[in-house]
Ligand binder design. Structure first.
Ligand code: 9WN
Length: 447
């Protein structure tokens, strides 16, 4: 496919279309992650979606996060999917089988795993957006932050209690889905050790019908492994420590750890402003410091790229993915390592690759042998990640870098299709179109 020539739509037109996407995907109480491929609420999508909604209606943004927090498990976990009644997504609630877990919420069905802890970041952003819109919005957002704070604290505490089993101090995941980067080369080695048993119940994939070509999605082999891990967790009754003890997949997620460090900082600051419990605020600061140190300690000598850790196999994982830049999000690795990482990010292996349509870092370096320009988390560019990097860079005081990511991110999405991800050289939208979190970050960039 030939590269397209952006931009095609004016900023005002693009913002208006983004608003329509969010409105069309809105069921009333939640905005589905996309119209066809993902007809439910996803945990980290909901956070970004709420940020986009804040530009349209602060009350609706707050309601989105209320819906998510209403589905929080009694032990503190925020589940990765909150199911609507839609039946055209697999695995749905019956396959997850969480109904038997005593700590599940009673009024809604959910999956049994989690996703990155970006929610405090969303609350912080919504509070700031609301301050700009009106005094009434500011008060609405403040009251929401006050009522959401204890639940968010309990969510972070759940991660600390149940997902720090490794001395590395990295936040640990029991499924690639928990990273949000499902089939990233980051997980190839740990997944190679997951061997689905002969008693894996049969299933039919429904995701392939929602995309243009199967080569844009994970492979069938990968799906067998994804479903096998679900089976293991179901058999462990979703008891968190039992799941960690028995899962074939147990990996320290360095990107998720950097996000956790950031989210703890943001939540602690919000806690200060709102006069929340001082011991809990102090705990958040300590968790953040520990997470930041774990990210820094994972850095590979030489490039400085941060690494995930295969806890089961007791080894570092060296795939060359965007997650390697985790220390730039949360800091703590020191100025020399950061300077090296920034050079690398700007250079031809990453955002400075001369053939990219937009200078947005792809999910995997085009120079890596693992790179696949069209397959999901194995090469395409994801607008939502460009937003996340930009948000973190702004916070670190790197405003020019943040502005560059915004400009290039907008270039990427300028066709107005709101692709889930994009082919880096041609700008072709891939996966789902009218993807809610893409529309949401566009609104935040433009408003
Ligand atoms: C599995 C909803 C979600 C995102 C993830 C993305 C994809 C699901 C899937 O879609 O994952 O959780 O079925 O592929 O990888 O990051 O939250 O947009």
């Amino acid at each position: 496919t030939a590269a397209r020539t952006p931009p095609r739509i004016s900023s005002t037109g693009l913002a208006a279309r983004a608003a329509v996407v969010l409105r069309d995907n809105d069921t009333g109480t939640l905005v589905t992650a996309s119209p066809r491929l993902y007809p439910h609420m996803w945990s980290w999508d909901a956070a970004f979606i709420a940020v986009g909604l804040a530009h349209l209606d602060v009350g609706r943004a707050v309601a989105e996060l209320d819906t998510l927090l209403d589905a929080q498990w009694r032990d503190g976990m925020i589940p990765h999917i909150v199911f609507t009644g839609a039946t055209d997504y697999f695995p749905g609630p019956d396959r997850w089988g969480t109904d038997a877990a005593p700590q599940r919420p009673r009024h809604v069905r959910t999956s049994g795993i989690c996703q990155p802890a970006v929610h405090a970041i969303a609350v912080h952003r919504i509070v700031n957006v609301a301050r700009r819109t009106s005094a009434a919005d500011a008060e609405l957002a403040r009251r929401f932050a006050e009522r959401a704070w204890p639940g968010l604290y309990r969510w972070h505490r759940w991660l600390v209690r149940h997902r720090l089993p490794d001395p590395s101090g990295l936040v640990t995941i029991v499924h690639g889905w928990e990273s949000g980067m499902d089939n990233s080369p980051r997980w190839d080695l740990p997944y190679a050790a997951v061997r689905p048993g002969p008693d894996l119940p049969p299933y039919v994939r429904l995701d392939l019908a929602g995309v243009g070509h199967p080569g844009e999605r994970p492979s069938d082999d990968e799906y067998d492994r994804y479903l096998w891990l679900v089976e293991q967790m179901r058999r462990a009754g979703y008891r968190p420590d039992e799941v960690v003890r028995t899962s074939d997949f147990l990996v320290g997620d360095v990107f998720g750890t950097a996000l956790f460090a950031l989210a703890c900082d943001v939540l602690a600051k919000l806690g200060d402003d709102l006069g929340q419990n001082r011991a809990e605020i102090a705990a958040l600061r300590a968790w953040s410091a520990r997470a930041r140190a774990a990210v820094a300690a994972s850095c590979r000598p030489g490039t400085g790229l941060a690494r995930d850790r295969d806890v089961r196999a007791d080894r570092w994982l060296d795939a060359e993915t965007l997650a390697g830049f985790a220390p730039l999000l949360c800091g703590g690795a020191g100025t020399r390592v950061e300077a090296r990482l920034l050079d690398l990010l700007d250079g031809p292996r990453w955002a400075g690759h001369p053939a990219l349509l937009a200078a947005v870092p792809p999910s995997v370096s085009p120079h890596s042998p693992d790179f696949d320009a069209r397959r999901y988390w194995r090469g395409p560019q994801w607008p939502v990640l460009a937003w996340l990097l930009g948000w973190a860079f702004e916070r670190r005081g790197w405003s020019q870098r943040a502005a560059g990511l915004r400009e290039q991110g907008l270039r990427l999405v300028s066709d107005g299709s709101f692709g889930e991800y994009y082919e880096p050289f041609t700008g072709e939208p891939l996966g789902s179109t009218r993807q809610s979190w893409t529309a949401a970050v566009v609104l935040d960039w433009l408003c």
